[in-house]
Design a protein around this ligand. Structure first.
Ligand code: ADP
Ligand code: ADP
Ligand code: ZN
Length: 214
């Protein structure tokens, strides 16, 4: 099963991608997580990506595509994967399609989590992240047991630099211009599964499972 997650920043892609990955025993591959790990590790890739991320812009396609193509060729991805945060542009979708075509493969579903812009800033301002294990929380909708401490690993939670309201508005406009056209792209291929992302996390997950026939 190869699934890609579409939706605005903060729509709940990461939250649902983790659950799907667990349900189907396939890896959750988040390009945002990969970039953040590279920034934390001080790698060349991290240095190149950081400025774009802090500004709420997309990292250039050439820094993203090969990385994902290599990642999905790894052994743990042989039975499929959930791609979260990729593709984000038409050229990225074309690069993925070309790489899969070489192996006679295709994406099975493009799950589009629909949340109106008005709800996004609220989602993002309450998001808290663990930089150690990648868990994500929300101070109201998915609060950790102890404030600012990760339930999974005990690390201190942080607010992502790019979750500040000014940057979130930038990211939303980038989303509408560059990523939203992917809905039509995958619609043309008959792969889109639309879900109402305004419901609570369990209800969103149930709707996804129902629509992908599980
Ligand atoms: P969110 O889940 O809130 O939408 P991500 O963690 O997916 O955020 O991405 C954070 C940032 O990382 C993006 O704003 C962008 O700068 C960069 N990024 C992640 N994935 C991609 C991608 N596929 N193409 C370009 N930039 C990306
Ligand atoms: P994305 O990966 O699309 O940027 P996340 O999965 O990180 O989004 O979710 C953004 C924030 O909203 C997080 O704080 C998360 O806990 C919270 N969240 C996710 N899904 C829901 C939901 N259905 N209802 C309320 N809050 C949610
Ligand atoms: Zn943690």
């Amino acid at each position: 099963m190869k699934v890609i997650m579409l939706g605005a920043p903060g729509a709940g892609k990461g939250t649902q991608a983790k659950r799907l990955a667990q349900e189907f025993s396939i890896p959750h591959i988040s390009t945002g997580d990969i970039f953040r790990a590279n920034i934390k590790g001080g790698t060349e890739l991290g240095k190149k990506a950081q400025g774009y991320m802090d500004a709420g812009q997309l990292v250039p396609d050439e820094l993203v595509c090969d990385l994902v193509v290599d990642r999905i060729a790894q052994e743990d991805a042989r039975n499929g994967y959930v791609l979260d945060g990729f593709p984000r542009t038409i050229p990225q979708a074309e690069a993925l399609e070309a790489a899969l075509k070489k192996k006679g493969e295709n994406v099975d579903y493009a799950v589009n989590i629909d949340v109106p812009d008005e709800a996004i800033v609220d989602r993002m301002s309450g998001r808290r992240a663990c930089t150690n294990c990648g868990a994500t929380y929300h101070i109201v909708y998915n609060a950790p047991k102890i404030a600012d401490v990760c339930d999974v690993c005990g690390n201190k939670l942080i607010i992502r630099d790019d979750d500040k309201p000014e940057t979130v508005l930038n990211r939303l406009s980038v989303y509408h211009k560059q990523t939203q056209p992917l809905i039509d792209y995958y619609e043309e291929r008959g792969l889109v599964v639309n879900v109402d992302g305004t419901k609570d996390m369990d209800a969103v997950f149930a709707e996804i499972l129902e629509k992908i026939g599980k």
